[in-house]
Design a protein around this ligand. Structure first.
Ligand SMILES: Cc1cc2nc3c(=O)[nH]c(=O)nc-3n(C[C@H](O)[C@H](O)[C@H](O)COP(=O)(O)O)c2cc1C
Length: 219
């Protein structure tokens, strides 16, 4: 990433962990990502999943009371950012239901706030594969919603033993983490200054437009 100058403000990155647990390994990884991103010149908004608390998605609730405060908060912070990073646990080889539910609520805003935003996915797990299968499931709704999900995802295996005092215990792994983040931030920064063609986001391609399937962002 280049050094920010007054005419070129630093990249703003929203980072949060999708775990509610106080001793969460993913929250530790999110904090590490926040430190590294700040060292690399980004302006970091480190959020907690508790900031985005929402009830189970219910279309009647949406019609009666609107989109809940937790999803409004995520939308606000996404719009204030150029890119976002999620550190997510893997539950039963997929993303936590809590996270999917939050994505579902937040996807109800128009314009749809994930569209065109750059995303980096991280995971931490005590297992040998570090929760990587969960990230593949997380890519699906995010890409569907038009987020530019970075190809390299970082999954921290045996995470319960992987942390040192303020970084990863294995220096080679820490260097790999730093590089992964740097490459992502560089791409997001390049996209901020040299935007490529914005594509229209249409949820149900091929369907006849009409009220029940009307999920198209206004140009
Ligand atoms: C319901 C449930 C399902 C889980 N399934 C998986 C799994 O499929 N793969 C895995 O690596 N870990 C799995 N775990 C273990 C979590 O990776 C572990 O609890 C991890 O510490 C959770 O993330 P956190 O520390 O950020 O809260 C599961 C845990 C729970 C509670």
């Amino acid at each position: 990433m280049s050094t920010p100058s007054p005419s070129q403000p630093s990249l703003r990155v929203l980072i949060f962990s999708a775990s509610l647990r106080a001793d969460s390994l993913n929250t530790r990884l999110a904090r590490l990502a926040a430190r590294v991103a700040a060292q690399q010149g980004a302006t970091v908004d480190l959020a907690s999943m508790r900031d985005f608390d929402v009830p189970a998605y219910d279309g009647d609730l949406e019609t009666g009371q609107g989109i809940p405060a937790g999803a409004q908060e995520l939308r606000r912070r996404l719009l204030d950012s150029d890119a976002f990073v999620i550190a997510s646990p893997e539950y039963n080889a997929a993303m936590p239901g809590l996270l999917k539910n939050l994505i579902d609520w937040t996807s109800r805003f128009r314009p749809q706030p994930f569209d065109g935003r750059h995303a980096l996915l991280l995971s931490a797990s005590p297992s040998m594969v570090g929760g990587n299968r969960g990230l593949w499931s997380l890519r699906v709704p995010l890409e569907h919603l038009g987020a530019r999900v970075y190809p390299d995802m970082f999954s921290l295996a045996m995470a319960h033993q992987a942390f040192g005092d303020d970084q990863l215990a294995d220096a080679t792994l820490q260097a790999r983490f730093d590089k992964n983040l740097q490459a992502f931030l560089s791409l997001a920064e390049a996209a901020k200054h040299y935007p490529c063609i914005k594509r229209a986001w249409v949820e149900f391609l091929g369907e006849t437009p009409g009220t029940p399937a009307d999920r198209v962002d206004a140009a």
